[in-house]
Design a binder for this molecule. Structure first.
Ligand code: GLU
Length: 412
């Protein structure tokens, strides 16, 4: 995977451009600590299988390490490193008191039964032991992990330490210290910045055509939010296929169909013309939202993107060459470290609520999230100062903030 090398290259360029001391790149070019462990799971057949798992702790100058854990068969150490560095940047873009981390387990969770999944979740916390904790490293959901898995991890950590530590992990169910609006937060934040990007370009969101690749938690919530705001969601897809309708898909019906047909692809819902999984990236649209996995828009495919605005809901959906081509074609790319930062922002709200044992209403969470997302969007646009490359601007803003913090601590 080229993602980690491309991340290092961007960090090197930005630190040079900002005139930072070479010590800044020297700190950022590798995570502070990368843990590689084996998590045992007793399979239903009686054998014990060990799953390779990672936790990359990139930088904690501004607060405890923070980042999700993904369960996916394609997880690699380089992917986890790149995603942990992206979390460092993301937390500085939205200016919340966390550093950057990421975890991953090499597993297809669809092959595990409930008891095996629970063992894996608990085992991850058990094996990483004291490396995690509410003022050290705070996990959260990511690809193929959810509030149920966070609940087991919270319970395991609390059991080990003999007391409830609600602030240990975010993305928990509401009954055990979860925040209202955390589940929808990443998609909702994507919607907030998409609306701001449209208005900035003089595009009326009402009736604007939006296409979403990926109908997991992030893509589905972004589609629902933008549909509520009056956008026409013309295409949606998941890993198995998708649907297209230039007049706009019935998003509520699609969500209801999905809930009623777990494990099936939305491409089978008879609510639009069936398309392939990657097609939403290339249909006629005003806004394209890649909300699936990494490296979807590449140097080879970027030329086929028709929308003027691309909002990166997934982490790393555009390769460096793909990004260069999109910019050369005059497209606006709202980068992942800004666009999908709503998830970690509401994780921050959850952590604050847990520490205070005082919980906010959904309206409160949404309103505060909008403040963080809109302010961060405006900060990035201001940093760009008219330049087209908002990714570089976001990294510049974040690296400058981080370098100031590290200098103040005497790290440089
Ligand atoms: N996994 C999400 C992300 O990539 C959320 C991380 C968090 O809430 O800590 O931003």
């Amino acid at each position: 995977m080229a993602m980690w090398g491309e991340m290092q290259q961007l960090l090197r360029e930005v630190t040079t451009e900002l005139g930072c001391s070479p010590s800044v790149y020297s700190v950022l070019k590798e995570p502070r600590r990368v843990l590689i462990v084996q998590v045992p799971v007793r399979r239903a057949g009686g054998t014990t299988e060990h799953f390779t798992a990672y936790r990359s702790q990139h930088n904690n100058a501004c607060g405890p390490y923070k980042g999700g854990i993904r369960f996916h068969p394609a997880v690699t150490v380089d992917e986890v490193k790149a995603l942990s560095a992206a979390m460092t940047i993301k937390c500085r873009v939205v200016n919340i008191p966390f550093g950057g981390a990421k975890g991953g387990v090499v597993v297809d969770p669809g092959t595990l039964d409930d008891s095996e999944l629970e063992q894996l979740a608990r085992g991850y916390v058990d094996v990483l032991g004291t490396n995690l904790g509410p003022d050290k490293d705070i996990p959260a959901p990511d690809v193929f992990t959810n509030s149920r898995i966070m609940a087991w991890m919270f319970d395991e950590f609390s059991r080990r330490s003999g007391a409830n530590h609600f602030s240990f992990i975010t993305g928990k169910p509401a009954q055990i210290g979860g925040s209202r609006g955390r589940e929808e937060a990443t998609g909702h934040g994507v919607g907030v910045v998409a609306l701001r990007a449209m208005r900035r370009q003089g595009l009326d969101p009402v009736g604007a055509r939006v296409a979403v690749q990926g109908f997991g938690n992030v893509g589905a919530n972004a589609a629902a939010m933008l549909a509520r705001e009056g956008c026409r969601v013309v295409a949606c897809s998941d890993a198995g296929g998708g649907l297209h309708d230039p007049a706009g898909l019935p998003v509520d019906d699609l969500l209801a169909w999905e809930a009623a047909h777990p494990g099936r692809t939305i491409g089978e819902a008879r609510l639009g013309r069936p398309i392939r999984s990657a097609d939403p990236l290339y249909v006629p649209a005003d806004v394209v939202i890649p909300a699936a996995l990494e490296e979807q828009i590449t140097g080879d495919t970027a030329g086929a993107v028709q929308a003027p605005i691309i909002v990166e809901a997934a982490n790393g959906p555009t390769t460096r060459a793909g990004h260069a081509r999109l910019l050369a074609d005059g497209r606006t790319v709202v980068p992942d470290v800004l666009a999908n930062a709503g998830g970690v922002t509401v994780s921050y709200f959850e952590w604050v609520q847990d520490l205070n044992s005082y919980f906010w209403d959904l309206e409160d969470v949404r309103a505060r999230l909008a403040v963080f997302m809109e302010r961060s969007f405006d900060d990035v646009v201001a940093e760009a100062g008219g330049a087209a490359d908002l990714r570089r601007a976001a990294y510049r803003l974040a690296v400058r903030r981080l370098a100031d913090a590290m200098a103040a601590r005497g790290w440089l």
